[in-house]
Design a protein around this ligand. Structure first.
Ligand SMILES: [Zn+2]
Ligand SMILES: [Zn+2]
Length: 213
């Protein structure tokens, strides 16, 4: 069994997810949002407090708010970075976009060490995450579905009562709606959704209540 711990950080309140195996305490860090030294400290303090041993670093997609902490996590924990191949240009342009927004400079992310594709699985101890390709908000957005425990790490694809924005470079509204309808809505009603921003929800709730669908 696994536990999902949420840490909300940085100027756009992005959710960093520490998903860990309850027995071994091995953890996947999804989308480290730590931007300032204080946030980096908070991330490490949380990992230490929970007694975790980070073993994987994965970005659901590479908008700056989801990759701010990549360099810190790679340096601190010696992890390899996995992303979808279509996100590489987004990852590379992140520091420039941050500058364009007038924010303090970010430490550029290391290059990805490997690519993650739809149909593959990511393992954590005895837990398995199916990779679902859900483009639209970003060209290479991927979600990670733990079928056995019925939850999904959804990035910025689906939010509680909302969906990812599609006005950013390489975003596309129809593609995003298509991804949600074909990849996420077929999941069971009780599937818990852990989004990149805001509170958790369930697939059933969003099927009934989400005004964008
Ligand atoms: Zn995003
Ligand atoms: Zn985001």
């Amino acid at each position: 069994m696994t536990t999902v711990h949420t840490l909300t950080q940085n100027p756009v309140q992005e959710n960093t997810y520490l998903v860990y195996d309850n027995d071994t305490k091995e953890a996947i860090i999804f989308d480290p949002g730590a931007f300032t030294p204080a946030e980096e400290k908070e991330l490490t303090a949380t990992i230490d407090r929970l007694g975790l041993r980070p073993v994987k670093l994965i970005n659901t997609h590479c908008h700056f708010d989801h990759v701010f902490g990549n360099a810190y996590v790679v340096g601190k924990y010696g992890l390899q970075l996995g992303i979808h191949p279509l996100e590489q240009p987004i990852l590379e342009s992140a520091p420039m976009i941050v500058q364009a927004y007038g924010m303090p400079p970010m430490t550029p992310s290391p290059a990805p060490d490997y690519f993650i594709h739809e149909g593959e699985t990511v393992t954590l101890g005895s837990a398995t995450f199916e990779v679902l390709f859900c483009p639209g908000h970003s060209p290479g957005s991927i979600c990670f579905y733990n079928r056995q425990e019925d939850y999904i790490i959804a990035g910025d694809v689906l939010f509680r009562r909302s969906i990812g924005r599609t006005d950013l470079p390489m975003g596309d509204h129809d593609t995003l709606i298509g991804s949600i309808l074909t990849k996420l809505m077929p999941l069971p009603d009780d599937t818990v959704v852990y989004p990149g921003h805001g509170p958790t929800t369930t697939i059933g709730e969003e099927r009934r209540e989400n005004p964008f669908l």
